[in-house]
Each structure stands twice: as structure tokens, then as C-alpha cells.
Design a protein around this ligand. Sequence first.
Ligand SMILES: Cc1cc2nc3c(=O)[nH]c(=O)nc-3n(C[C@H](O)[C@H](O)[C@H](O)COP(=O)(O)O)c2cc1C
Ligand code: SF4
Ligand code: SF4
Length: 424
Amino acid sequence: MPDLFTNCGGITSPNPFWLASAPPANSGAQIQRAFDAGWGGAVWKTLGQPIQNVSSRFGATNVRGVQGAGFNNIELITDRSLEINFAEIYDTKKKYPKHAVVVSLMVETKQEWKDLIKRSIDAGADGLELNFGCPHGMCERGMGSAVGQEPRVNQEITSWAVEFSSVPVLVKLTPNVSDIVPHGLAAKRGGAHGVSLINTIKSIIGVDIDRYVLEPRVAQLSTNGGYCGSAVKPIALHMVAALAREPKFGLPISGIGGISNWRDAVEFLLLGSSSLQVCTEVMLRGYRVVEDMIDGLEEYMRTHGFERLDQMIGKAIPSFSEWGNLDLNYETVAKIDADKCIGCHLCVVACHDGAHQCIHPVKDGKTRVPVIDESECVGCNLCKIVCPVDDCITMVQVDNGFAPSTWNEHVTQGKPLRPKKGAH
Ligand SMILES: Cc1cc2nc3c(=O)[nH]c(=O)nc-3n(C[C@H](O)[C@H](O)[C@H](O)COP(=O)(O)O)c2cc1C
Ligand code: SF4
Ligand code: SF4
């Protein structure tokens, strides 16, 4: 049985699955139910000076019948009293000593940071997460992403927290920056034990086209919110990987953003996350989603020969390089498995209008299986992406007789490139 135990910046948990700081981690009763369902840890809904929320406050994108492919909110931090939150943290930690209970914090002044950190630790927090990410409401009050977007402020507040804390400090980074690396490095300079990313992405989820008002609507107005859920996973993976491969960084990462199944979890682990946080998928489908995540991760580890998580964390990072290091002489073409093809011609349309016009219907009336003109196929993948049948189209490597050559090698050493296809 693979061991799912993890240690993220000194915060340990029986498995890497943590609730992200958000509505599913709003109270002790919820978090305790989540632990019973299998979650290994939770980051408490951000504590600070209690706020007043608006109604309504959530929105979602529905993409071709998939509800909630992306999710958006204009909610702020906890609206419950600090006294109640700390009493529930104490109760939860007492009942679940082996689970990770991380307290997320967002306040303004140095004294407030000192006070809340002391109260969090007194209540039994295993770690702290500094919320430098919220892209709405709190940033207008000088907190959240207003801190996360400014490396010097990030570093300074992180250093206060590290000074006041006797437990590990994770800095939760905002994705609303052009390059995440300087922000991760600022947290490191401040003394953080790790970082969590991503928080939500500044966004407008949609417009009520009959009322001419943005969504989610608050009377006759709305505002930008924070985007999350499955749709943001590629952005989150990129930011996690960018930090994980940065030689000057080297801190543990808690990966967040669009994790909705075990496969997503494996991807975040392979790109350097040592714990995984989930919000939207739990909001949409409940705590029970963790069961499949655990089963799937265990099965993946078994089939790939990993006994412990640390054997797989970061294993895909060396494959992330600059474009100039990719082999321009590596060549693939698409092949159709005629036995699997259902003759829908989605690939024909896609290649014809969106790629290189090299998949053709057979016009003899005997078959619906199209043919690929391999001499024109540029191996772009589009037909494989649109084909509705698993493994019906595969991309197969072609031996074109050219030795590998990257753009950088071509420019600096004059290495020859294969003739271009599809550029006529
Ligand atoms: C309704 C809602 C409220 C959130 N509240 C907080 C919060 O209080 N503190 C925080 O650090 N992040 C908050 N987040 C961000 C999540 O913790 C998480 O970073 C983000 O949703 C990405 O993860 P996901 O794609 O799994 O949802 C909130 C997200 C949502 C959807
Ligand atoms: S890989 Fe691209 S170019 Fe080749 S057949 Fe498919 S869509 Fe056309
Ligand atoms: S999309 Fe797939 S199933 Fe449909 S015709 Fe092309 S190869 Fe066959």
C-alpha cells in the first residue's frame, strides 16, 4: 500500500489532500466532517476583522453543457467572529491531532498580525497561511492581492509573521501578476517555509444580457471577482511549475487551482506540489470527492512503482524548458485506427478549417473512415483533440533522418533543420 503521508514546509498530514481556505473550510463542524470523509488537512477560511458579505456572490461558466467548468466569487474573508473561529479550531485540533489544521490570516497592521498569529497558535494551528491573494474587496482595503502584487510588502509582512510564529508559515500567492517568480522569491526572503498557489484570478464571469449588469449581480451593480475551478488548472500548473523549477526558490509548494480528480492531483504533485488544496470541486460536489482522489492516487502510485509521495513530487519538472530548447526535427503524424473510427468526420472539419487540410473523406461510398495525407500532416494534434473516440487517433513519430536540433542550436551552431511541412 503506497504511503500518502506528506510534509509541506513542516506541516504534516496523512494524505496531501487539504481543503483550501474557502466556504468548505468555514467552520469546525464542516472541517471535522471533511476529515471523516478522508481529507488530510484543511486551511481554515481566512480570519481577519470580520466583514459583511454581499448577496449574491458566486457565478459560474457553463461550457457546452458542463456546469461550473469555471467558478467565480466576490466573497470576502470570514464573516464569523474570531472568538467562535478560534474555539472551533481548538476543538478540531483536539479531536484530529494527526490532521493538518492551517489557519489562513489577513489583517492590516503589524500589531493585528501579532495578535492573530498568537491566537491561532494558542488554538493549536499546525501552520499559518498568509492570504496575499484575494483579488476583490480586501485589496481595496490594502490587503489580499494588494500585498501579493508588491514584492517588498509581501516580504515585509511575511517577515513579521515568521518573527511572531512558532509554526510554519506558508504565503498564499496571487496569480494576478505577469511573472510569479519574483513574488515567490519575496516570500522566501521574508522567511516563509513554503508557498501556496494559486488564489483566484481577477475576472468578470459574465453579463446578464437582459439587465445589462455584470454577474453575480448585487442590486444593479457588480464587480470583478476571483476565477477558480477546473478552467484555471493550466494557469495554476504553469505558476507552480515556474516556481518549482526556479533554482533560487527551493521552498515547498502547496498546489491549488482546478484540482477536481486524482489525475489533476498527480499533475500538481509531478510539478512540485507537496500538498494539494481544493475548493471549487468540493463546493460543487461535496467532501466525498476525496475518496476517488485518494483511490486514484494510490492506484497511480502502485502502477508507477512509487511507495512514497516524495518519490514522485517534482518528477515532471525537468521536462519543462524554454521553447528554444525543443527539438525542431522531432516529427509526428496522425494515424487513424480504422477499427475504432465511427466516421463522424469531426477530425476532417477541424483539420480542414483549423489546421492543415490533410484529412480527407473517402468518396467511394464504401467507408466513412477518412484518410490522412501524411506528407502534409504537421502533427499538430488538433484531430486527436476533437476525436470523440479514445485512442482512435494517435500521434506517431516519423523517422525523417534528421538529427535532433533545437532553435538555439540552429542559431548558435548552424545545426540543420528538417524541411517545413504545411507552409506552402
Ligand atoms: C467562494 C470562495 C471563497 C474563497 N475564499 C477564500 C478565502 O477566504 N481565503 C483564501 O485564501 N482563498 C479563498 N478562496 C480561494 C480558494 O482558496 C482557492 O485558492 C481557489 O478557489 C482556487 O482553487 P479551486 O480551483 O480548487 O477552487 C475562495 C474561493 C472561493 C470560490
Ligand atoms: S495532426 Fe493536425 S495537420 Fe495532422 S491530420 Fe491532425 S489536424 Fe491535420
Ligand atoms: S474524429 Fe475520430 S472517429 Fe470521427 S472520423 Fe475522425 S478519426 Fe474517425
